[in-house]
Design a protein around this ligand. Sequence first.
Ligand code: ARG
Length: 576
Amino acid sequence: MAHGDVGLELGARVAEALRRGLGLEITPDEAVIRPSTREGADYQANAAMSLAKKLGKPPREVAQVIVDHLDSADMLEPPEIAGPGFINLRLREEWLTARVAALLGDTRLGVPVVAQPRRFALDYSSPNVAKEMHIGHLRSAIIGDAVLRLLRFSGHEVVPHNHLGDWGTPFGMLIEHLVDEGHGTDGGISDLNRFYQEARQKFDADPAFADRARARVVALQGGDEATLTLWRALVEESTRHFQKVYELLGISLTPADVYGESFYNPYLDTVIDELTAKGLTEISDGAVCVFPPGFSNREGEPLPLIVRKSDGGYGYAATDLATVRYWITERGMTDLLYAVGTPQAQHFAMIFAASRQAGYLQPEHSTVHIGFGTILGEDGKTIRTRAGGSVKLVELLQEAVEQAAKTVAERSSLDAERQADVARAVGIGAVKYADLANDREKDYVFTWSRMLAKEGNTSVYLQYANARCQSVLRKAGDARFGDIEVTAPAERALLVKLLQLPAAISAAAHGYAPHKLTGYLYDLASTFTAFYDSCPILRPDVPASVRGSRLALTKITSDVLVLGLDLLGIAAPTEL
Ligand code: ARG
């Protein structure tokens, strides 16, 4: 049975008190309930502070009204007003222990399913064909996958789609190069980056090749069967490569999730007709453009979204308009999410604005560009290899596993094979966690030593905490879980923390902010460590009932860590 977010439950009670005491209607959120770090308080209600001005009353007076009308004797100790008008709230022990006891064996660990599920289409990863995925694509894949898991667990429907860059003028030169190289249609290109660069060099240096490439683009767009066969070979070769990276990373995307740019081709004419029929298009320098309101350049001139280029070809923007149209009108999605780097913020803002004008998006639909910053090297600049090239994802991930293997070998007693599995979980987990633990909007510095540190806000720390729980549970043998008891402050702190999982998941899912979950898990692991250090579990002098309670807490802590890591796409080995 899911009990949900304790803060919201307290908020509802504060709201009710205000309704009774002052006839004021507020939402539970507006009660501003926050976990408290004050001695003796688990939460504090800041509503009095934020409402005082609006009510024209001193905050302490408003706080007094709340306290006088608060119906919470079952849940709270008598609340106290502190400072300028905070209300300190301390949960009652009976309430706490009963709530935590209900988590044992609850697969959702108290997390409710949303009352009104929505239908999300989530665009993530979206690399470009015939180019190797590099570290810049890492963030979209990692963040997108965590968002997918969080929203699904919350009860929403999420359809992922991989907006592969599989169309456009570069394919002319790539196909001609493929023909020259005699690959035919059997693929087998070992180095996609080099292949792309070779094609590029020939295109720039050899006018005859460039002419062939241009003719090839026309043939491709005209649907020439032989050309399409070659094109498909290139796409499939790239897809195989991307799939290897997804598998290594533990990203759930499959080839069935590919909705590349080419997929939207059949819709492009319709899009331009519909925009024109609505009077939204203008011809500018020979190109068909839309000028969504509110976008201008430095000179204050309106910025165009180029729908059809002057050469008659459709570009990136046209495809994205068709993408919005497809997922909303053909697939009935309610929300469109895009995990794409922040440099594309303006592109998406313009696409969303034009889609509203076109009527593809109605008021009930929402769109979110889940933007993110850059990964920096230790010199503070965009990360590069020693030779100055862009870092290849596969190589980076292999290095992560190698580095992790060293860390694991230092203290592991596992056999070699198990150690290899663990190194994978630790290494890949470290790369993902280091990314997810940052506010995604910010850039961050990629540092092996920091992301593999055994202490601090790292996945390894959480994995060790879970392995420690598992080890205690293994050693407990026949000892049983018992009723939850509170016998020490560190134990009580753990109970309070365990009940904060629903709030953390909700904040992470609905803010597209996985770092809110990592922050919680780190707090939980630290709280568990403090409990473990001060509350013996298996020592012979510990009374059986206390041991039973502590074992149950250990089990619930492990379950929460495993679930939390899983929602971030990170494995939690039982032994390290
Ligand atoms: N392929 C693009 C790139 O590498 C990202 C595509 C993002 N999705 C989209 N619908 N535009 O920059």
